[in-house]
Write a protein that binds this ligand. Structure first.
Ligand code: ACO
Length: 361
């Protein structure tokens, strides 16, 4: 049975403490702070420490989001992790997060749509909440891309960073919540941005390792051209589906791949840059984590407030792209605990009645 709208009731992010600046990378590859800054907007990024990986970062972000939502791990119905750098091929990173959180009643799975993973995970969680198959979901975007970088390939190693962001999405009649989510893909362009080996098509061998086929490879120029048009088109589609005008959007939170892409998307949409969140200079491209990190940081710093209408827009490997419109809530649902207690009591009464009910003649 449908249960109202899906609203964000908690948010959090985690960025590893190790800062790697462009000057640090100058010592590793033939690059310069000037090239990286002018071509991408990136000044520094975070790399996970030894012992940290995608699931540990995802868990830290999720814990903060759950605390803010005042939701206990044992009351979580669903955990979805968007990532293209999972701990393992399987089990899903979401299962590792489920265990680490102690979310004993939750279902858990990963969504893999590269940089569009978080928007895709929001679309899935929203659909499940609207359908009534989950009361709540912890939706996480998390990446440990530093482990997939070839530090001899200057085309890619200067771009990416590690981190995680999470939101708690819950059924509520109190707010508008997620108003639309649109997703698209073009698998024919998959090899323009991919990790070639390690899956079932090109299994790991000594050769694949020697040839660096387990690292991210990208034809950046091609990606750039398609990213701008696709992100702008998806934004317009999500707005139309929500029945919302661009002038009603308080904040745009785009995937942080390149500040020039973000600028170009805003220009194409005629949307003011003052209302666009940009933090790529501090975190680099954290793929699936970039939007939830930016959302959580914007909420923490007061740039994103309860009642604001937000536009999320992403583009990534696959190719995949998508956008979502939501009204930001960002605070716990006030009467949830009481409701849960009443629901449980009603179930107990039902069970007791079932036991004493006589079979019909
Ligand atoms: N330092 C110095 N020079 C470099 C570096 C570097 N780090 N990297 C590349 N160059 C050189 C190239 O070799 C090339 O030199 P050449 O002309 O002698 O061959 C020159 O710089 C220009 O390279 P371009 O690729 O034309 O540079 P461009 O302006 O396109 O910027 C970039 C490259 C930043 C990668 C850009 O194309 C981009 O941002 N692309 C999109 C990335 C993206 O959106 N990815 C999607 C999400 S990621 C995901 O899904 C996992």
């Amino acid at each position: 049975m449908p249960r109202g709208n899906a609203v964000v009731t908690g948010y959090g992010f985690y960025a590893p403490s190790r800062v790697v600046t462009n000057h640090d990378l100058e010592k590793m590859v033939d690059t310069s702070d000037e090239w990286i800054t002018s071509r991408t907007g990136i000044k520094e990024r975070r790399f996970a420490a030894q012992g940290e990986n995608t699931s540990t970062m995802a868990t830290r972000a999720a814990k903060i989001a759950l605390e803010r939502a005042r939701l206990r791990p044992q009351d979580v119905d669903l955990i979805i992790v968007g990532t293209c750098s999972p701990d393992y091929l399987f089990p899903a990173t979401a299962c590792l997060v489920q265990d680490a959180l102690g979310a004993e009643h939750a279902g858990a799975f990963d969504v893999e749509a590269a940089c569009t993973s978080f928007v895709s995970a929001i679309a899935v969680a929203n659909g499940m909440i609207l359908a009534g198959s989950a009361r709540n979901a912890v939706v996480i975007g998390a990446e440990c891309l530093s482990r997939l970088l070839d530090f001899k390939d200057r085309n890619t190693c200067v771009l990416f960073g590690d981190g995680a962001g999470a939101v708690v999405l819950e059924a509520s009649n109190a707010s508008v919540g997620v108003e639309s989510a649109v997703l698209h893909a073009d698998g024919s362009k998959g090899e323009l941005l991919y990790v070639k080996a390690g899956g079932s098509r090109v299994p790991a061998t000594n050769e694949t390792v020697a040839q660096g086929q387990h690292f991210i490879r990208m034809q950046g120029g091609e990606v750039f051209k398609l990213a701008v048009k696709s992100m702008a088109d998806a934004a317009e589609e999500a707005l139309a589906e929500a029945g919302v005008g661009l002038d009603e959007i308080d904040l745009m939170v785009p995937h942080q791949a390149n500040v020039r892409i973000i600028d170009a998307v805003a220009k194409r949409l005629h949307f003011p840059m003052e209302k666009v969140i940009v933090n790529i200079q501090r975190y680099g491209n954290t793929s699936a984590a970039s939007i939830p990190i930016a959302l959580a940081e914007a909420a923490e710093t007061g740039k994103l407030k309860k009642g604001d209408r937000v536009l999320l827009v992403a583009f990534g490997g696959g190719f995949t792209w998508g956008a979502a419109v939501m009204e930001w809530w960002g605070v716990p649902i006030p009467d949830r605990r009481e409701k849960t207690i009443v629901e449980r009591a009603a179930r107990t009464v039902d069970d007791l009645l079932d036991r004493v009910r006589l079979p019909s003649p």
